[in-house]
Design a binder for this molecule. Structure first.
Ligand code: ZN
Length: 349
């Protein structure tokens, strides 16, 4: 990259409406009176970043070019606007990447995560794959010393997992998690932490199931070769799962979930299907199933619960399978796309 001027930084950006990301030299963002400037230390690669890299239909409709991407980060506050209180220079923070409006009914009611004017860093606004990130101070989340930078970098997806898992009371319940990606695995770990009984996680990718078995106290089931009905019998569950956490967006997974849920069972949906998909609604009606769509994290209740659980023994570190300097980002994205990894953390220091 050559010598950087004092107001320049490295950043990973979408620079053309085509696949890939490019390491660029960008201007360090200027902050407003209510913002903080964060020196980014580590970032996580998200599935969303893969969509942006691939420049699929969703990305090309959603992401402006040029744009610095990335939204999973940890760093340190190095500058603050004049209105910012209760934060300090040098403070370690992660933060909520959803920038909310203040006008909608939901936002004014304090249900910030349901604000329809929300804009995402690294998706609609300049993102965190950079040496410096501007963020509204409101969005910054200070971290206790017990949460290190590596875990700090994956709090955004852990928040998705926590929000999904805590959609329903899991104490003593039998839980089916469909989709053993990093968020599914972390949701299973949360279910275990808060006191679920049997936790079964399904996928068709043996690498991911092996990672799930290492990372969380769960029963991995490859539904390409094993039938869930047999698993229910083996575990002596009689009537089926009480709660379903759908993390895959896969039609067959949702069908299996509906089929193996108890009467009156409850489903939280985080996985995003690729398009419209046929659903057997009469089955859902006759089984009296409750379905909840989950988006993002509750701002800031999920952050509070997540940090409290991490301080209280929730361990999700094993879901991080690769760490590398950001200069190796091409390798990181390739590993991520291979499906043979958990979370990949890029180091910006
Ligand atoms: Zn993410």
């Amino acid at each position: 990259m050559g010598e950087m001027a004092a107001n320049e930084m490295k950043a990973l950006a979408k620079t053309a409406p085509a696949p890939g990301l490019e390491m660029i030299r960008a201007v360090v963002p200027e902050i407003g009176p209510d913002d903080v400037l964060i020196r980014v230390k580590k970032t996580g690669i998200c599935g969303t970043d893969i969509h942006i890299w691939d420049w699929d239909d969703w990305a090309s409709r959603t992401v402006p070019v040029p744009l610095i991407t990335g939204h999973e980060f940890v760093g340190e506050i190095v500058d603050m606007g004049k209105n910012v209180e209760d934060l300090s220079l040098g403070q370690r923070v992660s933060g909520e990447g959803h920038l909310i409006g203040k006008h909608s009914r939901q936002s004014r009611a304090g249900r910030f995560h349901l604000d329809p004017e929300t804009r995402g860093i690294g998706v609609n606004e300049q993102g965190a794959f950079a040496e410096y990130l501007r963020l509204p101070a409101f969005n910054a989340v200070p971290l206790p010393d017990s949460i290190d930078d590596e875990i700090g970098a994956i709090l955004d997806p852990l928040g998705n997992a926590v929000h999904t898992a805590l959609s329903f009371d899991l104490v003593g319940e039998d839980v089916l998690v469909t989709g053993a990606g990093p968020i599914g695995i972390m949701a299973a770990a949360v279910a275990r932490h808060v006191g679920a009984r049997h936790i079964v996680i399904t996928d068709v990718n043996p690498n991911r199931l092996a990672l799930a078995a290492r990372a969380a106290d769960v029963i991995p089931v490859n539904v390409a070769s094993e039938n869930l009905a047999g698993v229910i019998d083996r575990l002596g569950m009689k009537e089926g799962f009480d709660i379903g956490l759908e993390m895959s967006g896969n039609q067959a997974a949702l069908d299996q979930m509906v089929e193996t849920l108890v009467m009156g069972g409850r489903i939280a949906l985080l996985g995003i299907p690729p398009g419209k998909s046929p659903v057997d609604w009469s089955r859902i009606v006759f089984k009296a199933i409750t379905i909840k769509g989950v988006y993002g994290r509750e701002i800031f209740e999920t952050w509070y619960k997540m940090i409290a659980m991490l301080e209280n023994g929730l361990d999700v570190r094993a879901v991080i399978t690769h760490r590398m300097p950001v200069d190796d980002f091409v390798k990181g994205f390739e590993i991520m796309k291979s499906g043979a990894s958990g979370k990949i953390v890029l180091d910006w220091t």
